[in-house]
Design a protein around this ligand. Structure first.
Ligand SMILES: Cc1cc2nc3c(=O)[nH]c(=O)nc-3n(C[C@H](O)[C@H](O)[C@H](O)COP(=O)(O)OP(=O)(O)OC[C@H]3O[C@@H](n4cnc5c(N)ncnc54)[C@H](O)[C@@H]3O)c2cc1C
Length: 483
């Protein structure tokens, strides 16, 4: 069976002219064309390392706030990336923007983030379609808890239990098979964004506000005096730092952490008082994601013809069987969103529970280019069988799975929750524990913190000291590292 629209260029995939790796180059390139790239300056007031969502958002907000407050200008901010915008997880994320977290303080981070997505939905490719998550009866208590927390923190969501949950699902999708679907949360401000569009929009904002965008130099270390970084050292020269370095290095964070003089293990204290000695600071997980074309006549629209909410279904006691009746997995853990811009034609993108790897990973090439971290062979069968198990319209969709490379890894913290904090006298770190394409607002909160000298209260729970004091988030009930 052929795909409905496998064209070289089309309206859904705007950046066909993305720079591709040259033969022999082992690095994942930027996902957008690069314009007005600046040479590396000799010094800067603020140096932001990494042009993923956090580095781009931080640099943009710093530049804009400096200019608007009269305290400086965009040229005070240098953004360095060894490849360019979106060369890490940001360029290949699924793009789901949701607030389904048991970790309550993340709800405020998402509230702030959605405000940024809403500030320019067109240039960020933000589709505010909402987010629907579905669970079994044993998740009822968790859903009640997080529904309350979301609403308390200004993130409106609706909760449906029992028969109401089933009725809510079939009102949106009349062919939804609601067996074992006992709880539903509907987050109204959530949605998704095309990652390439978001990266493009963020890079253009940096450009418009005058950020010095140095794409090409690789940071290879930091010259420090005590806890202070005085120079950011790159393979193309050093940049002297006047005020602060903001490290937003995604999956490469463990390297930067080591260059900043930190050890690779720490003792972690949990809220119940117990302590785990010598815990790895960073643990890699590899994600399992893929895409599927929608055949002619099949769509992912709601009963009233709208783009569907992003959908997350987690039924840990419900097996998934293949076409031959054999069990593929003993549970449903499935997320999906409409992803025409990603698939290059009408289609879906989604995934399942990632796989824990350990404290070391081969980082280059990153993402789809890395042979070692491709989604496993069973994934396509599982993703499509689950789709058919949940929706009448998706029965028999397996031949339409988009057969292409798909992989990406992330570095997670000891409690799988971000660290947004000072990690040196003048070094701020945005380590999102691979949660955070959605967290576009962290850069804004970071810029406000840096320029006011006072940490934004939304960031306080994500401090590094929590591992010492026991204010960790390690007691959450989750089937996944996204807690
Ligand atoms: C397959 C996959 C799917 C995901 N899906 C979602 C999702 O649906 N929703 C969601 O919210 N999150 C999702 N995530 C998580 C999300 O993508 C990441 O948490 C987020 O994009 C990380 O952003 P970042 O800015 O920290 O890092 P990155 O996007 O990884 O950016 C880091 C940048 O730093 C640069 N860099 C690193 N080291 C150096 C150096 N030494 N010198 C110069 N530059 C350097 C890299 O080139 C890179 O561009 C997904 C992640 C993966 C892997």
């Amino acid at each position: 069976m052929t795909a409905p629209n496998p064209t070289d260029h089309n309206q859904w995939y705007p950046f066909q002219n993305r720079p591709l790796p040259s033969a022999g180059d082992s690095a994942n390139p930027a996902v957008i064309p690069l314009f007005d790239v600046a040479p590396l300056p000799k010094k800067a007031r603020f140096v932001v390392v990494g042009a993923g969502v956090h580095g781009l958002s931080t640099a943009w907000h710093l530049a804009m706030m400096l200019e608007q407050s009269g305290k400086g200008s965009g040229s005070d901010v240098v953004l360095i990336d060894k490849q360019g915008p979106g060369a890490g997880a940001t360029g290949l994320a699924c793009g789901c923007i949701r607030n389904l977290y048991m970790t309550g303080p993340l709800h405020a981070i998402l509230r702030e983030s959605v405000a940024v997505w809403e500030s320019d939905p067109v240039n960020f490719g933000f589709q505010q379609v909402g987010y629907v998550s579905v669970g079994e009866a044993n998740q009822e208590e968790d859903y009640i808890h997080l529904h309350k927390s979301q609403n308390d923190q200004g993130y409106p969501s609706d909760l449906f239990l029992g028969k109401d949950a089933k009725a809510f699902l079939t009102a949106i999708w009349p062919d939804f098979k609601t067996d074992n679907c006992d709880v539903v949360l509907h987050e109204k401000p959530s949605g998704y964004a095309g990652t390439h569009m978001a990266v493009w929009g963020l890079d253009q904002k940096c450009r418009q506000w005058g950020v010095t965008r140095a794409y090409g130099p690789a940071v290879i270390g930091y010259d420090r005096t005590g806890g202070k970084v005085v120079n950011v050292v790159t393979d193309e020269g050093t940049v002297a730092v006047d005020e602060a370095v903001i490290v937003c290095a995604g999956a490469w964070m463990p390297d930067h952490w080591a260059w900043l003089g930190h050890g690779d293990t720490m003792d972690v204290t949990y809220p119940d008082g117990h302590q785990e000695k010598d815990t790895d600071v960073w643990t890699y997980w590899r994600l399992l994601e893929g895409e599927v074309y929608l055949p002619e006549g099949v769509d992912f629209r709601t009963a009233d013809g709208k783009d569907s909410p992003v959908l997350h279904v987690e039924l840990m006691n419900t097996p998934v069987n293949g076409d031959d009746g054999a069990e593929i997995k003993d549970h449903v853990y499935w997320y999906t969103r409409y992803a025409a811009e990603r698939v290059g034609a009408p289609g879906l993108q989604g995934g399942t529970i990632p796989v824990k790897m350990g404290s070391k990973a081969a980082l280059e090439p990153y993402g789809h280019l890395n042979d070692a971290y491709q989604a496993d062979n069973w994934f396509a069968d599982y993703y499509c069988a689950t789709a058919g198990q949940l929706f009448g319209r998706f029965e028999g969709i397996r031949p339409y799975f988009k057969d292409r490379r798909n992989g990406g890894i992330g570095a997670f913290t000891p409690d799988n929750v971000p660290i947004f904090d000072w990690v040196g006298d003048n070094v701020w770190m945005n380590a999102d524990s691979n949660h955070g394409f959605k967290m576009i607002g962290v850069g804004k909160l970071t810029a406000e913190t840096l320029l006011s000298g006072k940490k934004r209260e939304e960031l306080v729970p994500f401090n590094l000291d929590r591992f010492r004091t026991g204010a960790t988030f390690g007691d959450r009930n989750s089937n996944c590292p996204w807690v």
